[in-house]
Ligand binder design. Sequence first.
Ligand SMILES: [Zn+2]
Length: 275
Amino acid sequence: MADSEAHSTDNGSAAPDSRRRRTRQGRTRAARCPTPSDDPSRRVMAPFPCSGTAPTAPMRGNIDHHRHHCRPPEREPTDGRRLHRPRRRSVALTFDDGPDPQAAPRLLEVLRKHHVRAVLCLWGDHVREHPEVVREIVRDGHEPGNHSLHHDDMSAWTPERIRADLKQTGALIHQAASGAPVRWFRAPYGSWGRSPEVAAGLDMRPLGRRLAVGDREPPGTDELVRRLREGTTPGAVVLLHDGGGDRRQTVEAVDRIIPEFRAAGRRFDMPARRA
Ligand SMILES: [Zn+2]
């Protein structure tokens, strides 16, 4: 099963240690009240088989609320670790759930044409089935990310179990593309649980996202372009999917939005590596 995060922005979803800001008097205060999404114990898991994240805060711009309804937002780790974002004003494209033998080559062709590098978060199972696609990803200068072995919800897993899964997934990526840097980990469904600390112990950084455009259930290329245009803010990590279904619309939308953003003075970059 693949990610199907609702398209949404991460209003106020910075990690807890960044939620306090200094007032003119030098005191700190909470920038906002905690929401249920901040406290794992208050999350309610809806009984839907898919995994969209329902936005809990008003959307920026004119983006419609997505019809997704499944899991509550858990886009950022809850242990205080900050997720990584691209440099200010640039945009980072990330693609989950591949490698897919149909979608990935088309996507890579588009990224190649526009000279854009991206992070592709890969399932171990798919890596095992399509190692040649992993090699193509790496050959083109993109970074493969670790997206777990079977795309399980790890939120209740022990660190030991998470570690075993992540190590196995990383080994599969390295088997497919020896020497490939695997610097990023993204938890399936945004269900981070203990995974950020485990990933850090394996020299990977948790990769969040500011915008998920809801391409899991393709809404039409025009609609995807609109969501990207209206929802992508400076410094955003944008989550798209190149696996888990028919991704032609995603690829077409990316092909259209890159020149549009460039014409507007936006740059594309990898996520920032600093904490
Ligand atoms: Zn996923």
